[in-house]
Design a protein around this ligand. Structure first.
Ligand code: TYM
Length: 329
């Protein structure tokens, strides 16, 4: 059975990008693959969260995972820092990762611009830790959004380099999991770029109906089309993109037609969009609080997940250590 793995950083709350980029697909495939899904709490340390917020961040993301349908009986659901084997592999893989290639990563360049006063080594080797997450379970498929493609490329490079250097076949080369429409990017509501946790342009799985409606109604648009079949500005195209993700085809076609004959009213489009987002997210929201408040259940889930993940990662690590030449005296 093929192994699938994915993870999300423990920062803030899950938004539509996280859900449609990674989580929703993962929930769908839990019966057909050996699945690992984790909270990337070590990755979130690059921004130095306050110790009093750090655990809370993990608890929130974990509760939202479970509310969205991840099933601990089917998948190993764990917290990254509960699996120290990942960090050992990270140390080993750092030795075959080159500073030059890591410096060229788009996400690193972005962070250097965004957090000039905190360009730590963890930011540079972020993709190596991500490769360690994946390769620790020898996962072959990684359902992630389009923004992670370059990181996956680095994971493949590292896997290949390790195998070649040591003349082994320890690590398979992981690829993004294709669900028919290719890797997706959910845009934000502010007219440009992707939906993100820190961009202030997102809809969260924990948002209530009123909040969702308010956010969508405030989304950036333009004054409206004046010539038939004109090209959409990015802000409007983004709303259509989100609509195509959450609504059915006939709804999208209806508003496209209205846009093309210049009769569209953005207020109607937004109302429909908010309604369809709510249809998808409110059932998830309804489950979050109960799960969040069930300390015993959360404890059981992460313990069970860590046990499964540690067993799997330890077996891989033994192969890697043997290949490198570690030997017991
Ligand atoms: P993170 O926490 O930024 O995002 C988690 C997942 O959500 C996807 N995503 C999006 N997809 C579509 N549109 C968007 N606007 C959008 N925003 C986020 C991301 O592609 C990702 O799938 N480095 C990772 C976490 C990680 C990981 C891993 C993932 C650590 N180790 C190993 C997979 C495998 C990250 O920061 O994702």
């Amino acid at each position: 059975m093929e192994t699938v793995l994915s993870g999300i950083r423990s920062t803030g709350h899950l938004h539509l990008g996280n859900y449609y980029g990674a989580l929703k697909n993962f929930v769908k495939i839990q019966d057909s693959y050996k699945c690992f899904f984790f909270v990337a709490d070590i990755h979130s340390l690059t921004t130095h969260p306050h110790p009093s917020d750090f655990h809370e961040g993990v608890k929130i993301i974990l509760s939202e995972y479970l509310a969205a349908g991840l099933d601990p009986e089917k998948s190993a659901i764990y917290v990254q820092s509960d699996v120290p084997e990942i960090c050992e592999l990270y140390t080993l893989l750092n030795m075959i990762s080159y500073v030059g290639e890591l410096e060229r990563t788009v996400s690193f360049k972005d962070k250097v611009r965004q957090q000039k006063n905190n360009v730590n080594a963890g930011l540079l080797t972020y993709p190596v830790l991500m490769a360690s997450d994946i390769l620790a379970h020898r996962a072959t498929k990684v359902p992630v959004g389009k923004d992670q493609d370059q990181h996956l490329e680095i994971a493949r490079t590292i896997a290949r380099r390790f195998n070649t250097l040591y003349g082994v076949e320890v690590f398979p080369e992981p690829v993004n999991m294709d669900f028919g429409s290719g890797a997706i990017k959910v845009p934000g509501l502010d007219g440009n770029g992707k939906m993100g946790k820190s961009e202030g342009n997102g809809i969260f799985l924990c948002d209530d109906e009123k909040t969702i409606s308010k956010k969508v109604m405030k989304a950036v648009t333009d004054a409206g089309p004046t010539t038939p079949n004109s090209e959409m500005p990015e802000s409007v195209a983004n709303l259509f993109k989100i609509l195509s993700i959450v609504s059915d085809k006939s709804t999208v076609d209806y508003f496209k037609e209205k846009y093309n004959d210049c009769s569209i009213r953005y207020g109607d489009l937004k109302k429909q969009l908010a309604q369809d987002i709510c249809k998808q997210t409110l059932p998830i929201k309804a489950r979050i609080d109960d799960i969040y408040n069930d300390a015993e259940y959360l404890h059981k889930v992460v313990k069970q997940g860590a046990d499964k993940a540690r067993e799997s990662a330890a077996a891989t690590l033994a192969l890697a250590r043997k290949a490198i030449g570690f030997k017991a005296f």
